[in-house]
Design a protein around this ligand. Structure first.
Ligand code: BGC
Length: 370
């Protein structure tokens, strides 16, 4: 073969490897829960951007936190010929019918960030949700130096997430497991007595619901001047409501330690202003990278296991886990789990601005770049 032909053949092979000819132009359905909770806007645009750049067509839908609408949106994706679905469920238990339809049509489904409790979830891509909670709990332990608290007693209240979201229990359990020894020892005191997930859960992760519940707690247990030291909130949308309730309805003069998760713009502003203590940031840009590479491998018919991580060359950590996430049907869903990061006023620049996720304005406030 002449040299030029060898080069051409090599180029053709390289092109085919970059975008498998069969994948070119194939339709990917991406179902995100809602645009009203900030992070899903970022997830949606990263996913759309990356799948399009890889040569796929994308049908991206946000379903307004309405289960029926999400079912409908996914059904449309199936009938429009989607070859693969990426779904972040509004209610992990409520997609059985449409998942049956996907299975019947032979369409693989990647459960994105939130597990779908049906065996049709081919794979799960998320962050290590239990670790998110442990990071929040450990932040409380370290900030208050609970190990060396002596006779001091700190008052704490919990606010967790949506019971329909499989992640919510993982976040709450992670935090609670770290804090329980201090509750048992009397160093932490849950004045309301509300310590089980169902009592502290927040349907739809709704800010207003979290605000009203905290107002009730403050009126019932703290109106006499009892000091509140910690509001352990599972994420930023709930932390926002809790912070507002504390600002308007808490008579104490101490700063309440408030946790969160996601790096929502308003919460980062609260961190800069000293109203929220930390957030757990999850680089959803990387979550989209894992999802794309996994989708490519599934569509190419590759064997999927930890080898995907070795082959990927990702410059971030990700674990392959076949044990932690079980569907309601009792099977393990093979999972790719990324690693979350604690963000406080001390590392806004390195954790969020330097990697390009946010810009910082002249007043020190952060704004997402996508
Ligand atoms: C996500 C969190 C988010 C919450 C509400 C969860 O499933 O993992 O990052 O805060 O949903 O949007």
């Amino acid at each position: 073969m002449k040299k030029s032909l060898v080069v051409l053949a090599a180029l053709a092979t390289a092109t085919m490897m970059a975008v498998p000819a069969s994948a070119e132009g194939e339709l990917i359905g991406i179902a995100m829960p809602t645009q009203s909770l900030e992070r899903w806007n970022r997830d949606g645009s990263y996913l759309e951007e990356q799948f399009k750049a890889a040569g796929y067509e994308v049908d991206l839908k946000f379903s307004d936190n309405e289960v029926d609408q999400q079912v409908n949106d996914i059904q449309n994706m199936i009938s429009n010929g989607a070859k693969l679905l990426v779904v972040s469920a509004i209610d992990g238990e409520a997609l059985n019918t449409v998942m049956d339809e996907a299975v019947e049509a032979g369409i693989p489904v990647i459960a994105y960030d939130r597990l779908i409790m049906h065996d049709g979830s081919s794979y799960y891509v998320s962050f290590d949700n239990y670790t998110v909670g442990t990071l929040q709990g450990q932040f409380v332990v370290d900030t208050l130096d609970l190990e060396n608290a002596g006779d001091a007693v700190y008052n704490i209240e919990f606010t967790a997430g949506d019971p329909a979201d499989n992640n919510a229990g993982f976040f709450f359990n992670g935090a609670f497991d770290v804090l329980k020894p201090y509750i048992d020892a009397g160093t932490l005191n849950v004045v309301s007595g509300q310590t089980d997930f169902d009592s502290v859960a927040t349907p739809a992760w709704d800010t207003q619901t979290a605000l009203e519940r905290m107002q009730n707690i403050l009126a019932s247990y703290y109106a006499d001047g009892t000091q509140l030291d910690v509001a352990l909130c599972s994420n930023d949308s709930t932390a926002l409501g809790v912070t507002q309730a504390i600002e308007s309805d808490y008579a104490g003069d101490n700063t309440v330690l408030i946790t969160g998760q996601d790096g929502d713009e308003a919460n980062l502003a609260n961190i800069v202003d000293g109203k929220q203590s930390m957030t757990v940031y999850k680089a959803v840009a990387n979550e989209a990278v894992v999802t794309l590479d996994l989708a490519k491998a599934i569509l190419a018919g590759d064997t999927i296991d930890a080898g995907l991580i070795d082959a990927s060359g990702w410059d971030f950590e990700c674990a392959y886990d076949t044990e932690s996430y079980n569907t309601s049907e009792g099977h393990n869903c093979p999972s790719f789990l990324l690693v979350p990061t604690v963000v406080t006023t001390d590392n806004l620049q390195e954790a969020l601005v330097d990697p390009g996720y946010y810009t910082m304005d002249d007043d020190g406030y952060l704004h997402p770049t996508n």
